[in-house]
Write a protein that binds this ligand. Sequence first.
Ligand code: HEM
Length: 507
Amino acid sequence: NQFVRDPAADQLLHYAAEHQKGKKSITTQSGNPVGYKDASLTVGYHGPTLLQDVMLLDDLSHFTKERNPERVVHAKGAGAFGYFEVTHDITQYTAAKPFAEIGKRTPIAMRFSTVAGERGYPDTVRDVRGFAIKFYTEDGIWDIVGNNTPVFFVKDAAVFSSFIHVMKRNPVTNLRPDYDMFWDFCSLRTETTHQTLITFSDRGVPRSYRHMHGYGSHTYGFVNNEGKFNWVKYHFVTNQGIKNIKSQEAQQLAGQDPDYHARDLYNAIARGDFPSWDFYIQIMTPEQAAKSPYDPFDLSKVWLHADYPLIPVGRIVLNKNPSNYYAEIEQIAMDVAHLIPGIEVSPDRMLQARMFAYRDTHQYRLGPNYSQLPVNSAYKVSNYNRDGYGTVNSQGGAPNYHPNSFQGPENDERAQALSPSIPLHGEAKRIDSGNDDNFTQARLLYQSVLKEDEKARLAENLVDWLKRATLPIQKRAIATMFDPVDKSLGSRLRQALHLDEQFHIEF
Ligand code: HEM
């Protein structure tokens, strides 16, 4: 069976080879040796089970709580460990410690995911992929929680949950995708067009997690040791090359091996074929931002590479599989608010809301002390937070209030020096940014980046989803999303869907 077996299939063989039979006794959760595991304690052969069967109680009462809530988005994923290594000096831009010197390595954990499906959903579906990196730095945890695309469907957090709802199951039929929900929302909020083109292009189903780029997507801030501030975007360019799966094969794989991407990642690392990405940044000065023709904080737009070229920084390498999936990947808690001195947020409306959402969801999903789980834990934590479910580190005898006269932890001067002072002005009001130039960059992608064969496949993939929506919504999606990108794209879709060139929008 050497032709069908792979390192993932051999996992138990490896375990057996590394452990001696009979070395370890079974115990209860409290470490009490168990005399016989495979029979309940009953009164005679057919008699009832006794409540004093501590082994059974211990087993069942733990089993019934084996599941925590899955992530509300990005539930299906896979992850691994490795390092980030600096290859180029960018200390002129940031004082953040992982970039301190060329050659410096920082341990990382990564989790890849699909967005919309549940924990057991097939990997090879058309969707955005999550690309999240946790850096274990001397200044604590720093997370980049990005995707495999530089933009997103929506750019104001006020419509984020609606967008996710239309990607998830119909509340009555419990079926997904619900094509009416998806195209209805997207054709009404046309800032979705740019990301829709990317998702329905070849990149909508990557060959593996290794064969795709990663992006921080949002604009962040960098502060250097002199306190100078710049805006920054993160790019991770795959060293495995971009490879994608065409729709038909992707659909077959979804049935044959729903864990196709997770298996690929595990096996590649187990074989020593360590995936890596080159880390680049784009830098925009505050002066350039003030004059930019596009909003530099708009998540539906990129910064053009011609204007803001990629600056090399280093590389990330994954060289270790998790030793246990649940402990290390299911329980990993990525958060854009895990930031270190030298790195700041930007006024991007989505990023601002994400600063709230991740801690909030982790406290629900993993409990208030999720940051004490080993995979989430910083090397040192000293503060005035105490107690709660699952406390492991309650910081011993240190005072639990501040200020105090008893040598409790104090303000960090370096972090203070690196905090920029940000002048803010404007009226507090709700300004809908949903119609701010939704097509210039989408058009550039369609007309100048995609080749003819890629355009043809994009149209096929769009038709495959559009044809399942009700007719008025099909028509509206073409009129409000794809005609404005390029009339020829609109015509191509209409032709494939057998719609009249001259139609009116009925909704
Ligand atoms: C996961 C909320 C936008 C990337 C999540 C989770 C929530 C969430 C609640 C589940 C986290 C967990 O249970 O551990 C939001 C909100 C957003 C937003 C409220 C907008 C307002 C984005 C954007 C990106 C993104 C724009 C990418 C650029 C991710 C990734 C994960 C995730 C990669 C999975 C992290 C992991 O692997 O554990 N998001 N999200 N999210 N989100 Fe977002």
